[in-house]
Write a protein of this length. Sequence first.
Length: 241
Amino acid sequence: MTPAATINHLNVDRGGRPVLRALNTHINTGSITGLLGPSGSGKTTLIRAIVGVQKIRSGSVSVFGLPAGSTEVRRRVGYVTQHAAIYPDLTVEANVRYFAALYGANTHDADRAITEVGMTDHAKQLAANLSGGQKTRTSLACALVTNPEMLVLDEPTVGLDPVLREELWDQFRALAASGKTLVISSHVMDEAERCDRLLLLRQGRFLADDTPQRLLETTGEATMDQAFLFLVRQRATEKEA
Ligand SMILES: Nc1ncnc2c1ncn2[C@@H]1O[C@H](COP(=O)(O)OP(=O)(O)OP(=O)(O)O)[C@@H](O)[C@H]1O
């Protein structure tokens, strides 16, 4: 199957320092790829490169076979940034309809997106009065108005309680089951096991690129946290050798 995105020898500098270093990978279509790593490891930078809003030093990122961020792919990729980008003084419906208008979609598309994220009962509520999870879901609806084939979500579950996180992950799984490609970043290792494939980032390099199951098997560890630490130690030993 043709990958939804291909990252080829990607190098990115920010503030004059290398932030992503020689990354190579691909993102499978119709699946959930988790981008995991500690704070500052480069997750947001990689996400920005996939969406096509990040200046890169060298290498390439292609999405659906076209350069990331090009006009032809922009509508096919939905992006939810780390901070819910919605207007607190507008209702859920008005927020999503506003996004729809911006992207040349109609009110029917907006209503479909609201239904898709399970926010129909809250459509008339002001965004200011929503819970954290509902705000994230509204942002997700805004990203879904163009019915994108790929969704890129930057730490969508940060600050949410376990029940809300569970609900959101059910939503993500349903979106992937409908054929959409999801890239989801997180620094919470227990979310890793919910992904089909994992990219573990540390200091701008991939520590691992594998399924959660295979990562546990190859490291011989019981949890993702332990597997991550195992790989960090292994990398340090390799450097010393
Ligand atoms: N606008 C910027 N100018 C200069 N350096 C930046 C800028 N944004 C990020 N960086 C640096 O790039 C590195 C990677 O940042 P990035 O935001 O991609 O990490 P992250 O893994 O998403 O972190 P977090 O989990 O805290 O959001 C960090 O060292 C950060 O300080």
